[in-house]
Design a protein. Structure first.
Length: 113
């Protein structure tokens, strides 16, 4: 299993970013995938998940600002982040839970105030 997140960077307060996570080594289309994030000095936290059928779920504090989606043909997971705030600064990771947790190399998002 390989997961590679990309798309992070420096953005101003109120800006937007779209993260991507390319995946290989497993049956992408039938698995639930998720995004997590880890802010400096804090524990990793769950952000959002999407099932094989496209059902989505979000941590309450991010509903309405973040959107998770997937492209099964491209084997890519996305996270559209809007109205970004400095507290969204974190390393963002994509996750597959298949008998165990698989983590990709994260991508850093920095939101300036």
């Amino acid at each position: 299993v390989q997961l590679q997140a990309s798309g992070g960077g420096l953005v101003r307060h109120g800006g937007s970013l779209r993260l991507s996570c390319s995946a290989s080594g497993f049956m992408f289309s039938i698995n639930t995938l998720a995004w997590y994030r880890q802010a400096p000095g804090k524990q990793r936290e769950w952000v959002a998940a999407i099932t094989s059928g496209g059902s989505t779920n979000y941590t309450d504090s991010l509903k309405g600002r973040f959107t998770i989606s997937r492209d099964n043909v491209k084997r890519t997971l996305y996270l559209q982040m809007n109205s970004l705030k400095p507290e969204d600064t974190a390393v963002y990771y994509c996750n597959l839970r298949l008998y165990r947790d698989y983590w990709g190399k994260g991508t850093l998002v920095t939101v300036s105030s």
